[in-house]
Write a protein that binds this ligand. Structure first.
Ligand code: G
Ligand code: G
Ligand code: MN
Ligand code: NA
Length: 254
């Protein structure tokens, strides 16, 4: 397909861009960090969403250099924000399974941290359970090396996979991101409320940070507050935006 061929030019053609979406503390509304979300400015098609091209990038192996670029760019941006002063802001980066499995992945992260000068504790790598279903020994070794760098690990789309709970015991996870599908009907569904409440409780017990994703309205915010959910992310607080606009949101603490 045409798109697949064009993807080869996306990197060297300077067509990739990162958008940044705020993650906020629900009790105060303070922005505590951002998630970097990849965008492709295709010369003919305009903005191509990641759901349309990340699968192509994975099939072709291009996800490795693209992911390397994402990590470098996001850490560079976070370091830039850090140098401006004000409260420290975390940066979250999505890592796909292929990228994680690549032998050079830990090195790529190490290099991005060194080049950017970013405090490693401010970088969070978002992985999904699909990363963890691989050979447990090897995955655990890699996660340990990442933890030794000082970065934090988040389990993205939490609740949508399977045997999540055994992963939490086995792997050094720091953050749970509650999938949007559990948040959508939170204000009206006692079942979803129970599930989200249980995840938040689990996070508290295991000393994990918890972020509710896809928060779009005040009713959801109130429901999350009543469950003492610490952090939220979603259109209610800010859409993904280019770096210059992301910081101009107005809700940034400090
Ligand atoms: O950004 P959007 O809003 O459309 O993201 C859609 C999907 O693409 C999500 O599952 C998200 O995790 C993924 N995604 C966004 N940016 C990146 C990225 O830089 N790398 C990888 N591997 N996935 C990403
Ligand atoms: O898989 P991951 O959680 O990384 O994907 C995040 C995706 O969710 C991105 O595509 C992002 O643009 C999208 N997103 C973030 N907040 C909201 C929201 O409030 N509503 C909707 N519909 N999508 C959101
Ligand atoms: Mn994510
Ligand atoms: Na998610």
């Amino acid at each position: 397909e045409r798109l697949r061929a064009d993807l080869h030019h996306a990197l060297d053609g300077d067509q990739l861009e990162l958008y940044y979406q705020p993650i906020v503390r629900l009790t105060t509304g303070d922005v505590v960090g951002f998630e970097a979300l990849l965008r492709w400015n295709h010369p003919g098609r305009g903005l191509v969403p990641p759901a349309d091209f990340i699968p192509l990038a994975e099939e072709s192996g291009l996800i490795v250099p693209i992911g390397r670029w994402v990590t470098r760019e996001a850490t560079r941006q976070a370091a830039r924000w850090q140098r401006r002063g004000g409260p420290a802001l975390r940066m979250s980066v999505n890592v796909s399974a292929q990228q994680f499995q690549h032998p050079g992945f830990v090195w790529d992260v190490t290099e991005a941290l060194e080049r950017s000068g970013l405090d490693p504790h401010l970088l969070t790598l978002e992985i999904t359970e699909s990363v963890l279903v691989d050979d447990a020994q090897r995955v655990a070794g890699k996660l340990r090396r990442l933890k030794e760098l000082g970065v934090r690990l988040a389990l993205d789309d939490f609740g949508t996979g399977y045997s999540s709970l055994s992963y939490l015991r086995r792997f050094p996870i720091d953050v749970l991101k509650i999938d949007k599908s559990f948040v959508d009907d939170l204000a009206v569904s006692p079942e979803d409320r129970a599930v989200v409440g249980a995840i938040i409780q689990l996070g508290r017990t295991l000393d994990l940070q918890v972020v509710a994703e896809g928060v779009e309205d005040d009713a959801q915010v109130r429901a999350l507050a009543s469950l003492s959910c610490p952090l939220g992310q979603g259109y209610r607080f800010g859409r993904p935006r280019p770096a210059s606009e992301a910081m101009a949101g107005g809700t940034v603490a400090g």
